[in-house]
Write a protein that binds this ligand. Structure first.
Ligand code: S3P
Length: 184
């Protein structure tokens, strides 16, 4: 295990997809891990919003979820084919089997697991997440998705009530152990 004081530069030899429910901390952990290792991080939702020039809530209300899901697959494919980087995905990415195939074929999948209660407590801007309603709905959606996350994941990380830096360091060590992350 590396000490935090050891400043090293790393490179990924395949993309690493970070999945999990809304509020699991996918983007935050991805950014922290990117900073820790000096690798590039991309957020699928952010790229989608930038390219589409509108926020996700507007895509849902103007064109519906199916259209959003088609765009999500399009951008996921593009990112998966690019230079290996950390990829934080939207919480519903596992809903389409095609997305799971894309991720598993291209790289390594990390599942950040949280409870519906943790997710609800972290979501302060529910308006920007059209599929987040209440903690009860979140509990049901999570129960439906949990098997999908588990099936897609190469590794499951407990991400509730832990410091982001600790979660990022755990993922870094797993990626080093598996030879997905190497020093340069
Ligand atoms: C969604 C999660 C959101 C976003 C969209 C749909 C979902 O991403 O992709 O609102 O179906 O769970 P986050 O998980 O980053 O909130």
């Amino acid at each position: 295990m590396l000490q935090e004081s050891q400043a090293r530069t790393f490179a990924l030899n395949q993309p690493v997809f970070i999945i999990g429910f809304m509020g699991a901390g996918k983007s935050t952990v991805s950014r922290c891990l990117a900073a820790l290792c000096g690798v590039h991080a991309v957020d699928v939702d952010e790229r989608l919003e930038t390219r589409e020039r509108r926020v996700i809530a507007d895509i849902f209300s103007e064109d519906g979820e199916d259209h959003f899901r088609r765009l999500e697959t399009e951008y996921l494919t593009e990112i998966a084919q690019g230079d290996p980087c950390l990829v934080s995905c939207g919480g519903g990415v596992v809903k389409r089997p095609e997305n799971v195939r894309i991720m598993k074929r291209a790289g390594f999948v990390v599942y950040l697991a949280v409870t519906a209660e943790v997710s609800a407590a972290r979501i302060s801007d529910a308006q920007s997440r059209p599929l987040f309603k209440t903690v009860e709905v979140a509990r049901r959606t999570m129960a439906e998705r949990e098997p999908l996350y588990e099936a897609a994941a190469d590794v499951r990380i407990e991400a509730g009530n832990r410091p982001v830096s600790e979660i990022a360091a755990e993922i870094r060590d797993i990626l080093l152990d598996r030879g997905i992350l190497g020093t340069v």
